[in-house]
Design a protein around this ligand. Structure first.
Ligand code: GLU
Length: 458
């Protein structure tokens, strides 16, 4: 999940947003954007692929006046990294803009219904569904923004931290969260918003950490109001933060690797989100549904990868062989590409890479494709080269990994390989219903078990 910044008050908003985004750069991201209500009353959205510095340059000749705004650094989960898919996203009328961290599981269903009702979408993101749904409710039911947000949130399944601006009310930001952090900083006649406290603490040490299903109504000149989806007013606890910036940028950890180790339970929840249905005891991978025939026809699986991904592949071999009864070979991509390996159209090649750009693995993908194999990618970075070059695949959805030694990407890769082995084994009938249900329900408990191992519950 990437970065959120927001501000409403007396100061010029643009420098605060840019500085806040820069403070959040440590989280890694692929694009950035801002939405502001300018002094002339326009709701402007400026966004670019690339770095915050690119966004600043892009805004050089734009109207950046105004004292209310929201900003975002995106790590793509739905739709490739591009300026169109970057946040903020406008509603169809361009009256409302939204930023969002997280993943909306049921976005495809919601989008289908909105499109059938004539709503026009601009991006491939799950996020745009939220803002279009808010506007749809606002206009159809003729309700205010808060009510529309409340109603929209009850229809969402997934994780979100959002901030919403409406051009017709320059004195308000509405923010909400579920399973994705959001912090509000309280200053003198001004409010700050952040996905963590990093962009806030240089202005104020008074913060409110929103809880799940909390909706904050942040109004210029008024006290902070927090409600739930039923509109009951809540009493949020105002905390004092006493962290220094260096500490907070790494989430309080001395280095990124440790931070990423501790992120694993949350990352695995994101990795399984929308794919494992606990109640129905079911694993659904869209790639297995869409390419069932090609996957079931595999006479052999060849896993190609490098480094830590290769080690995930070794575990994948055990899982696929035992649950799907297909022979699996695990190859070092750098060796494989320079040999003259025997591959043909009865092979399925699984390419594993965190970045999706590992040069040897990419070369192995193309070699396999040239020899007629069906190629499946298991990657983290959305829209990177390997997912683009493979026939299908599954993202691991663990967010940016900055530490060079892989931690959360490794556990994400193993989780996806297990989900793949389960889904395929079920289709092939090589796994009993009992075995299947047992593994699925045990897999669901892994994040909680990891939390207790990491003592995150204490
Ligand atoms: N799911 C959203 C997207 O792909 C938000 C990603 C994020 O958390 O940065 O645009």
């Amino acid at each position: 999940m990437c970065g959120i910044v927001g501000y409403i008050g007396k100061r010029q908003v643009f420098p605060i947003l840019i500085k806040g985004l820069k403070r959040l750069e440590y989280r890694g991201y692929d694009s950035a954007g801002v939405a502001m209500i300018n002094d002339n009353g326009d709701l402007s959205v400026y966004k670019t692929k690339g770095k915050v510095a690119d966004l600043e340059q892009f805004c050089e000749d734009k109207n950046i006046t105004g004292t209310v705004g929201i900003a975002h650094t995106r790590w793509a989960t739905h739709g490739e990294p591009s300026s169109v898919n970057a946040h903020p996203h406008y509603s169809e009328s361009k009256n409302i803009a939204i930023i969002h961290n997280g993943i909306i599981e049921n976005y495809a269903d919601l989008k289908k219904k909105l499109v059938a009702d004539g709503v026009k979408f601009r991006s491939d993101t799950d996020t745009e569904v939220i803002v279009q749904l808010i506007e749809y409710i606002q206009t159809r039911k003729n309700v205010d923004l808060l009510t529309a947000v409340r109603f929209a949130l009850t229809q969402l399944i997934g994780a979100y931290a959002i901030a919403v601006l409406d051009k017709r009310d320059k004195d308000q930001i509405i923010a909400a969260r579920k399973q994705s952090p959001l912090v509000i900083g309280i200053g003198e006649d001004e409010f700050f918003l952040g996905s963590d406290a990093t962009p806030i603490i240089e202005y104020t040490d008074k913060v409110v950490y929103l809880d799940d299903d909390n909706i904050a109504v942040i109004r210029r000149g008024e006290d902070l109001k927090v409600v739930n989806t039923l509109n009951d007013t809540l009493n949020p606890e105002v905390c004092t933060v006493d962290l220094d910036l260096g500490q907070i940028e790494k989430g309080g950890f001395p280095h990124f690797m440790l931070k990423e180790i501790f992120e694993q339970p949350e990352c695995l929840e994101n990795c399984m989100r929308g794919r494992i249905n606990v109640e129905a005891n079911n694993v659904t991978l869209s790639a297995v549904i869409d390419y069932r025939r090609q996957l079931l026809a595999a006479k052999r699986v060849i896993i190609v990868a490098c480094g830590t991904s290769w080690h995930a592949g070794l575990i994948g071999k055990q899982l696929i062989e035992s649950l799907c009864r297909i022979p699996v070979e695990v190859e070092y991509a750098s060796e494989f590409r320079y040999r003259n390996p025997v591959i043909d159209s009865s092979d399925v090649v699984i390419a594993i890479s965190q970045s999706g750009e590992t040069a040897d693995t990419l070369a192995a993908v193309n070699l396999a494709k040239d020899n007629g194999a069906f190629v499946y990618g298991v990657c983290n970075a959305i829209g990177s080269s390997i997912p683009r070059d493979t026939d299908t695949g599954s993202y691991i959805h663990v967010g940016p990994e900055i530490g060079v030694a892989s931690t959360k990407a490794f556990t994400g890769q193993v989780t996806v390989l297990l989900m793949l082995a389960l889904a395929l084994g079920k289709e092939k009938g090589t796994i009993t219903n009992e075995q299947y249900s047992k593994i699925v329900s045990e897999l669901c408990t892994v994040p909680e078990k990891m939390k207790s191992l990491l003592k995150l519950n204490d």
